[in-house]
Write a protein that binds this ligand. Structure first.
Ligand code: GUN
Length: 279
């Protein structure tokens, strides 16, 4: 069975559009891009399109690739202080002369719709975050919307990145899941995956998960994204696994669908701003 991310994302966007209509102001999302990386530009186009669909104003601040770290931080501070902008993201990757960590930390955590600042990651650890990074948040949403229970289940996450594997394992634990994290140094991954109710793949390693490594009826969420000869591949052997599992296709499951969570985070950041006005 296929878990259709596009269908879930469209449902979320149409519900969000109705919530945004009820706000007293129009939310605004700003994206800072250094340079002209075509992949970054195509991600930004998707963000702009989704923003338009739900009624969020969108602004792209495109800077020269040679902009200094000091000037970039200056721009971030001016956006932090601009009450007409509610959500800010700095598109990654940044050029080598820029310290990415320093840039992320310069963003006001209340406008950090990527959920990348240490304040928001700390809150995620404590289970009190309201701005959670988009891919882990999407995986949880996709499971919930597909009526796949997390509470009391054994979930194997493959990959331990700061952006997906680590935050996702915390979120799953906060939801009552029993979580095993496997990674590139794990020996015999199948020892763990064979006992999993849910496997989440975020390793960037095509055909990593094969039919003989899981139980029938398992749920597989494939966050993998590798381009080979112009074709996008996830981490699962999709053709072999699809007949006896619930599985997300790549593309069409996670990937660009996470943009729906960016829109939800921009809505949340706007409500945070509005409640700060009445404090
Ligand atoms: N580059 C690729 N994905 C992302 C993302 O989710 N956020 C940011 N800021 N940059 C990215």
């Amino acid at each position: 069975m296929i878990i259709d991310g596009k269908y879930v994302a469209n449902n979320i966007l149409s519900k969000l559009q109705k919530e945004i209509e009820k706000l007293s102001i129009k939310p605004k999302l700003c994206v800072i891009l250094m340079g002209e990386n075509p992949t970054s530009l195509s991600y930004i186009k998707q963000k702009e399109r989704s923003a338009k669909v739900v009624g969020i104003d969108f602004e792209l601040r495109q800077l020269s690739i040679n902009t200094t770290e000091k000037d970039l931080i200056h721009l971030i501070h001016s956006i932090n202080n601009d009450s007409t902008i509610h959500g800010l993201i700095v598109q990654l990757p940044l050029p080598a002369h820029i310290n990415t960590h320093a840039i992320i930390e310069a963003i006001n955590p209340k406008k950090d719709v990527d959920g990348f600042t240490s304040e928001n990651i700390g809150k995620l650890f404590l289970g009190t975050a309201n701005l959670i990074s988009c891919t882990p948040k999407w995986v949880i949403k996709l499971l919930q919307e597909s009526h796949v229970p997390i509470y009391g289940k054994h979930i194997v996450v493959i990959g331990k990145s700061n952006i997906v594997g680590k935050p996702l394992s915390l979120l799953l634990m906060n939801e009552g899941g029993t979580v095993t994290v496997c990674h590139k140094d794990t020996q015999d991954i199948e020892v763990f995956t064979k006992h999993a109710d849910i496997v989440i793949l975020a390793a960037g390693c095509p055909w990593l998960l094969k039919k003989n490594m899981v139980r029938p009826g398992v749920t597989i969420i494939d966050v993998g994204f590798t381009v080979i000869d112009g074709k996008i591949h996830g981490d699962a052997d999709f053709e072999a696994l699809e007949p006896f599992s619930s599985i997300t296709p790549v593309p069409g499951g996670v990937g660009p669908m996470t943009v729906a969570m960016l829109m939800e985070n921009t809505y949340i950041a706007t409500t945070i701003y509005l409640s700060s006005l009445s404090e």
